[in-house]
Design a protein around this ligand. Structure first.
Ligand SMILES: Cc1cc2nc3c(=O)[nH]c(=O)nc-3n(C[C@H](O)[C@H](O)[C@H](O)COP(=O)(O)OP(=O)(O)OC[C@H]3O[C@@H](n4cnc5c(N)ncnc54)[C@H](O)[C@@H]3O)c2cc1C
Length: 420
């Protein structure tokens, strides 16, 4: 650990939160020779499903880092097409096979496998990379208006981290942004999602699918040996559903997806069903002197399109591209922090606008029980013209303004790179 004395440590950049945004930024900065410490409050990355999608634009970033083969060696599934079932009609809506990316599919893999790989590579390759698990950021250290570090609780007692830049990558309930007094604008969401697993058997269909029926939306993601199921419910109704009992819930699932009706007993109690409280929000300003927010801490996304992880990673790449050199030399200016927001705000706004429009036009009426359930014109056109299916594939798979790794390599890395 650089410049550590007892319960105090000094680094160029301290990142609160070891999710996709924090770990990716940590790796990229350390690769550029910037001493970085990632503080993660949990002991490991082993949390059940919180999004397992690795998008084609993220896979391009992995390629640029020389990690694509390692990532694809991890057990994963590859999704090349998305389908929607409206009432009795199943329709293709997105085709990833024509994307101008190295991998023309969404890779599905447990998020902890992905994060463990990044941490392992960062730790073994880049001496400037440090992380502390079970280190929960609780306070900001400030000098006047400037953030100069954080205070964290660890099993060994409090830890003070002094840093030229603190990055909040601590997710949608970010304590860091709250302590910094940054204003959050909520855009609203009409739904929550109950996530659970049911096993897959050889006779099951293969497609990853969203089903829309009167008052019901159900997502089935093919994970090889099991289905990752998402039951979309009107916001705030989870208690009502729980009160009706697990048996009623199992029956509802069986009605919607008849081929899993022989397996709904695998839901033994409500612990097997995880609630995602959907929120869509973003900060008006992502930075303050000495502080920058990225990923969910800057903007929580709707689960539509499953783009939260990709956006978090794209934020990290943009932040490293803009800030690695200033951090290597000292302290980024306010203007450089503003440039990160300027670069990433447009993709965030457009994506959230699309998500909120889909929520309003499709999700809200379906959950309210609108009938008859006729595919909207846009969906009918997608089903009819294969060429059009490349548009949602591009929006989901690549997103708006994909980022590429441009942050400089540390001098030792440059030598290794040329030698190799
Ligand atoms: C149930 C569920 C399903 C989802 N499904 C998808 C999906 O299919 N596809 C998709 O793209 N996205 C999905 N998402 C959203 C996705 O998880 C996020 O958009 C993405 O992980 C954001 O990355 P992040 O690094 O910004 O934040 P997070 O992944 O939330 O990481 C934040 C990290 O900070 C840590 N932390 C929090 N507070 C502190 C603190 N005070 N000190 C230290 N560490 C702290 C947390 O433990 C966590 O590890 C899902 C989310 C949930 C909850």
């Amino acid at each position: 650990m650089p410049d550590a004395t007892g319960d105090s440590v000094s680094v160029r950049c301290c990142i609160a939160g070891g999710g996709p945004a924090g770990i990716m930024l940590g790796l990229l900065l350390a690769r550029a020779g910037v001493s970085v410490l990632v503080l993660e409050k949990h002991a490991d990355f082993l949390r059940d499903f919180r999004g397992d999608t690795i998008h084609p634009s993220t896979l391009d970033v992995m390629h640029e880092l020389g990690l694509l083969d390692d990532v694809l060696r991890l057990p994963h599934q590859e999704v090349r097409e998305l389908r929607a079932q409206l009432g009795e009609v199943a329709l293709p809506i997105a085709d990833f096979t024509h994307l101008p990316t190295r991998c023309r599919f969404l890779a599905l893999m447990p998020q902890w496998d992905f994060l463990n790989l990044l941490v392992e590579r960062a730790t073994t390759r880049y001496p400037a990379f440090h992380r502390r698990m079970r280190a929960e950021v609780t306070e900001l250290l400030q000098e006047g208006r400037r953030v100069v570090g954080v205070l964290a609780t660890t099993p060994n007692g409090p830890l003070k981290v002094h840093a030229n830049l603190v990055v909040a990558a601590d997710g949608r309930h970010s304590i860091v942004r709250e302590k910094a007094g940054l204003r959050v604008k909520a855009l609203g969401a009409p739904m929550d999602v109950l996530w659970f697993r049911l096993s897959r058997t050889p006779g099951d269909p293969t497609a990853t699918m969203g089903r829309f029926d009167v008052g019901q939306i159900f997502i089935t993601i093919n994970r090889g040996e099991y289905w990752q199921c998402g039951y979309v419910i009107p916001k705030g109704t989870v208690d009502e559903i729980r009160q009706r009992g697990l048996l009623a819930f199992r029956k509802a699932v069986a009605r919607l997806v008849p081929y899993v009706s022989d397996r709904t007993h695998e839901l033994r109690d409500w612990d097997d069903v995880k609630l995602l409280t959907v929120c869509v929000d973003r900060l008006s300003q992502w930075y303050r002197p000495g502080l920058l927010c990225i990923g969910d801490a800057a903007h929580a996304m709707s689960p539509i399109g499953g783009v939260g992880i990709n956006l978090a990673i794209q934020d990290a790449v943009a932040a490293a591209n803009i800030l690695a050199a200033p951090l290597r030399d000292g302290r980024p200016t306010l203007d450089q922090l503003r440039r990160v927001q300027k670069r990433r705000e447009l993709p965030t706004r457009i994506t959230q606008w699309l998500q909120v429009t889909i929520q309003r036009r499709l999700i809200t009426p379906v959950l309210a029980g609108a009938r008859p359930l006729k595919p909207p014109l846009a969906v009918r056109l997608l089903a009819r013209f294969a060429l059009l299916r490349r548009i949602p594939a591009r929006l989901v798979g690549i997103g708006i303004r994909p980022e590429h790794v441009r942050a400089p390599l540390a001098p030792a890395e440059t030598a290794r790179h040329h030698a190799g």
